[in-house]
Design a binder for this molecule. Structure first.
Ligand code: ZN
Length: 163
């Protein structure tokens, strides 16, 4: 799996929040996993009403967003994904202004998303291509090194969309 290269490909791949959650679940935990509670191996299935997955054997819940910047956000997951997609396109830096426009959110929300995405993707202080392109409007300029968990959290830390 590679990073979607066009906006069209992005929306084909991530048409809604559910598709994003599925991707988050698969990249963080895997498609078929040993249940941390009952230990049995199998597929966790999506619970309709909450953004979580359930063990087919014992009903144990896994919340793929737990521990991510999306967890307590009111911004839909797809917007977060789109923001991350924008950051993976190697062409230019992504300003809060651009996020504001592209995501149809307030400037404040856009700024926060941009900041969180940078941290989450290990862009700040990671020494990769994005380094040094921190926004002029990033006033707090948080330079503290985050543990680079990446998007996947299972070793695929360098790319948000890698599997
Ligand atoms: Zn279980």
């Amino acid at each position: 799996m590679t990073t979607p290269v066009s906006v069209l490909e992005f929306f084909e791949r991530f048409p809604d929040d559910a598709a994003c959650l599925e991707h988050l679940m698969c990249t963080r935990f895997g498609k078929y996993i040993d249940c941390p509670k009952c230990g049995r191996h199998g597929k966790f299935s999506r619970i309709k009403k909450i953004p979580a997955y359930q063990c087919a054997w014992c009903g144990h819940h896994i919340h793929p967003m737990a521990g991510t910047p999306f967890e307590k956000s009111r911004t839909p997951l797809q917007k977060w994904y789109y923001a991350m997609y924008l950051f993976t396109t190697p062409r230019r830096h992504v300003s809060a202004k651009e996020l504001e426009r592209q995501l149809s959110v307030t400037y404040k929300t856009a700024w926060r998303i941009g900041n969180e995405v940078r941290k989450y993707m290990g862009i700040v202080g990671s020494g990769n291509d994005f380094n040094g392109q921190t926004e002029a409007d990033n006033e707090t300029g948080s330079e503290e090194e985050e543990t680079q968990t990446g998007f996947a959290g299972n070793g695929h830390s360098t790319t948000a969309f890698g599997t």
